[in-house]
Design a protein around this ligand. Structure first.
Ligand SMILES: C[S@@+](CC[C@H](N)C(=O)[O-])C[C@H]1O[C@@H](n2cnc3c(N)ncnc32)[C@H](O)[C@@H]1O
Length: 346
């Protein structure tokens, strides 16, 4: 085992070791990447930080001594941060690591040492850009490719990261919506990409129409539907136009095009049934997270509809001052005139 830098910990009498260890684990303060050790008199417990919260966990358990100790690394639990000696930013999609680090080769080595399934490391050469929301990448280490197979919630996705949009960071959000979907419900995924929302909902038993304008994304979406043996109606083209083919027929509409979803609100509302629910994603400044409620309400009023907001939440942080947020709302189409007028009077 290579020598490690000293890291924080506590030293406690041998007979008290287990009580202290349990208290630290229960509060998430024990450092899992380092090994607990002992000698004839003491147990040495590695902690993530010797801060006030950690010390509160062990208050009242007896005497201890804060220490800085060369704990051995627990190889099974070693993190990329341990190997690199600092934090870094990366994302793993299938067997590809997307690395964002000033020392990208070193970071890639550390990532590949910790994540044994990673075969390729790439670094973004551009932001997510253009109508198709794609990024350009350069090769950093391992096999030279941008295609992979990613697994999420029991489904498999073939992906070309350079040819179509995909991020695993929306996995929890996709599941949140999936849990609301009843078998037989109709769902329109207006910006489907390679299919991570659409296919998950098809597996829940929904009748899904998945639309995307990017031919590369659509070709992967078709392949992924086949791969997972799921039936989805797949349409290549502009969601604004295609949504109008499904007027008043959708129980749910997914609008995952956060940088400009507001432009598509009217066709989405027209596709929704009376009482249908729209899951609307956008980027917003952290000091005004739900400012798009107004935009949504205005679109509804233009169509003579009304909306009932059901849920609002932060999906993930997007940039230092911006978040990706979701608004779930119901579109009410019947008996609206009087309600809309009442709303505008207030
Ligand atoms: C942010 S990505 C989301 C993809 C997918 N929902 C996911 O979570 O991986 C937005 C997608 O919308 C597609 N798109 C952009 N403008 C479109 C339009 N007018 N009509 C249909 N699809 C469009 C892009 O090609 C891209 O695949």
């Amino acid at each position: 085992m290579p020598a490690t830098e000293p890291s924080p910990g506590i030293r406690v009498p041998l007979r008290k070791g287990e009580a202290f260890r349990k208290a630290l684990v229960s509060g998430g303060a024990l450092d899992p990447s380092r090994k607990v050790c002992s000698d004839r008199n003491y147990v040495y417990l590695p902690v993530k930080e010797l801060d006030r919260e950690s010390l509160q966990l062990i208050a009242g358990l007896g005497e201890y001594e804060p220490i800085s100790h060369q704990f051995a690394m627990d190889r099974r639990r070693v993190t990329v941060e341990d190997l690199l000696g600092r934090r870094t930013t990366y994302e793993v999609v299938g067997d590809i690591a997307i690395v964002e680090d000033p020392e990208e080769k070193r970071a890639a080595e550390a990532i590949m040492a910790v994540h044994h399934s990673v075969r390729t490391a790439i670094a973004p050469e551009s932001e997510v850009e253009g109508e198709f929301r794609t990024r350009r990448f350069r090769h950093v280490a391992g096999e030279e490719r941008t295609t992979t197979t990613h697994r999420e919630h029991g489904l498999q996705y073939r992906i070309d990261l350079q040819g179509a949009y995909f991020t695993p960071r929306l996995g929890t959000e996709r599941l949140r919506v999936a849990e609301q979907i009843e078998p037989g419900q109709t769902v329109l995924d207006m910006f489907a990409g390679v299919g991570p929302f659409a296919l998950l909902y098809a597996r829940r038993g929904a009748r899904v129409v998945a639309v995307d304008k990017n031919p590369v994304a659509v070709s992967y979406l078709r392949e992924n539907a086949r791969l997972n043996r799921l039936e989805v109606e797949i349409r290549e083209g502009d969601a604004a136009a295609l949504a109008l083919e499904f007027r008043d027929s959708m129980d749910r509409v997914i609008m995952n095009l956060p940088h400009c979803a507001s432009r598509f609100l009217e066709p989405a509302m027209l596709a929704a049934k009376d009482g249908g629910v729209i899951h609307y994603y956008t980027f917003a400044p952290d000091d005004d997270l739900y400012r798009d409620r107004k935009v949504v309400e205005e679109a509804a009023v233009r169509l003579g509809f009304r909306v009932e907001f059901l849920y609002q939440g932060v999906v993930r942080s997007y940039s230092p001052r911006q978040s990706n947020v979701v608004l779930d709302f119901q579109v009410v189409k019947s008996g609206v005139t009087s309600i809309a007028i009442k709303g505008s009077r207030n």
